[in-house]
Design a protein around this ligand. Structure first.
Ligand code: SAM
Length: 325
């Protein structure tokens, strides 16, 4: 797998995004139980410009109802503050136990997750971000936690500071920018007090903070692990983003290019951890755009329109909205 930084710079240099997306999947030969497996084939999709919704994801061949279109690993993930002691600090898998809320360390579900998180978690541990956490907790903010994690990943060298630049940013109001500047001050001073070298946090400017948060606002997924049978999950097409039991939030590369439809043909689901699966809800023809539903599809038309306009900045003109449903 290419490091995040290299992956994104490859992205930026590729005019043909279809080709670029081949790099989001392992290009090396896999080994499993001593058996040599051939490299996974690229997913049957490409990213291209749509007529009115910016970039979107299109099928390169026919995809059958129920097919797994592709899986996606988070670029950055973080548990909800309320779930910090009950889910894996990296992959968000629910734990069979709840750790002591006074404990100094956070839980990982496996040695592998602990090992993978080790480098950036060492940075996180050095920094006393209690004031930042309190600020987020009292205001019910979840996305700043993803920014802090990304900052720690950049400092530890496992991510590049421009790794989210390719994603679409939200339009920010003056009020949002003011709020973000306050958060930024708290985060920056936590890093400075932790004696992290100036050169290592040179990227952590007000502009970087607002630009990353603006991208996370539009592209982060709220992750729920409802349990139950995989087949049952597939039947429930509505993305229940309003439910209260989110284990955390995460940002992905490829899923960030999916546009919205109130009657989607693709569903994004999480089964055991933050690794996402995108499944076709019906037959999709080659050339057709793949769309997911960003909100709870069971809401009425006015509620959907309001949420999409306020949260994502667009007026939905999908066939379902046009029909008045
Ligand atoms: C997660 S991004 C999807 C990819 C995006 N089109 C891009 O070019 O990166 C979400 C943004 O895409 C646009 N978008 C998504 N679905 C749309 C739709 N049905 N109609 C108009 N714009 C849409 C909106 O600007 C929204 O904020």
């Amino acid at each position: 797998m290419l490091p995040l930084g290299r992956l994104v710079s490859q992205f930026k240099n590729q005019k043909n995004l279809h080709f670029a997306f081949a790099f989001t999947f392992s290009t090396a030969t896999n080994h499993h139980d001593g058996v040599k497996l051939s490299p996974p084939s690229p997913p049957p999709i490409r990213v291209a410009l749509t007529e009115s919704a910016g970039r979107g994801v299109f099928a390169t061949r026919r995809i059958g109802a129920g097919d797994l279109v592709h899986t996606a690993h988070p670029l950055v993930s973080h548990p909800s503050l309320s779930a910090i002691h009950s889910v894996c600090y990296l992959c968000l898998r629910k734990l069979a136990f709840v750790t002591d809320s006074q404990a100094q360390s956070v839980p990982f579900c496996s040695e592998q997750c602990g090992e993978q998180a080790k480098v950036f978690y060492e940075v996180e541990r050095k920094v006393d971000s209690s004031a930042y956490d309190d600020y987020c907790r009292t205001r019910g903010l979840k996305y700043p936690l993803l920014v802090r994690r990304l900052a720690c990943m950049v400092i530890s060298g496992v991510a590049s500071s421009d790794c989210l630049d390719i994603l679409q940013p939200a339009r920010l109001s003056d009020y949002m920018i003011l709020e973000m500047e306050e958060e930024f001050g708290l985060l920056r001073s936590a890093f400075t007090k932790a004696n992290i070298m100036d050169g290592q946090i040179a990227f952590l400017t007000k502009q970087w903070y607002t630009s990353v948060l603006a991208r996370i606002r539009i592209n982060a997924f709220r992750i729920e692990l409802p349990g139950g049978l995989y087949e049952d999950l597939l039947k429930s097409a509505a993305a229940s983003v309003e439910a209260e039991d989110a284990v955390g939030n995460a940002v992905y590369m490829l899923p960030s290019f999916y546009n919205h439809d109130c009657d989607p043909n693709v569903h994004i689901i999480w089964i055991e951890n933050a690794n996402a699966r995108l499944k076709a809800l019906r037959d999709i023809e080659a050339g057709e755009e793949l769309r997911i539903c960003y909100i709870d599809a069971s809401m009425d038309r006015d509620a959907r329109q309001t949420l999409l306009c306020e949260g994502f900045g667009f007026q939905c003109c999908c066939l379902r909205c046009l029909s008045g449903d």
